[in-house]
Design a protein around this ligand. Sequence first.
Ligand code: HEC
Ligand code: HEC
Length: 173
Amino acid sequence: MKKKIFLLSAAASLFIAACALNDGVSSEQIGLRKIALENENKIVLDNVNYNETQPGESALVERSFENAPPLISHSIEGMLPITTDNNSCLSCHDKSIAKDVGATPAPATHYYDFRKNKSTGDTISDTRFSCDQCHIALSNAQPLVKNNFKADFKDENSKKSSNLFDVMNEGVK
Ligand code: HEC
Ligand code: HEC
């Protein structure tokens, strides 16, 4: 008898679960964006203000972890999109110009083709051309998910500069 009741209730729970599945989950309910997948390009961030400090006047931000792409410390108003004919980031960060304008030069990794294993000379590597693919502007957006990550740096220097090119093969035999 007990076995029958158990089987019956198991069947009932399965039935209820199946009904719930049938209803489905709308795409607004999944993910953190709370917007239907077909409207993804209409995402508007609530009350977010971007950093308005002009290049030359901003304070550098500590790296998120060793050799992380640094956050853009200044406003990028009017600099995007980056196109083949117009990359304003390079007008200050190109290694031949940066020192004169007080900007951090794009590092050695950005002038190297890791697929062909050779330097790209004075021209930025194609894979680094779209700076905003990896470097992002500062805003006052609050994290949607709490994050307790704390970076460990090997030394004080790596909190504010990178040496990836020199340590690229670290640990590789
Ligand atoms: C008019 C010159 C200028 C332009 C254009 C410019 N920057 Fe900068 N950038 C600077 C200067 C100068 C600094 C150093 C901080 C300061 O003095 O404000 C800097 C800092 C940075 C940093 C932080 C570097 C570090 O060591 O932490 C990043 C990343 C950066 N810029 C990326 C960009 C990107 C990406 C673009 C294009 C969207 C861009 N910059 C356009 C001048 C410029
Ligand atoms: C594919 C991702 C990627 C792209 C694209 C990219 N960067 Fe970087 N960038 C990084 C990473 C990762 C680092 C830190 C490690 C290193 O030095 O390579 C970095 C470091 C830097 C630094 C700090 C250098 C230092 O000595 O501390 C500057 C400045 C910079 N990038 C500027 C640029 C500019 C300007 C562009 C576009 C022309 C660009 N980056 C494109 C990933 C990228």
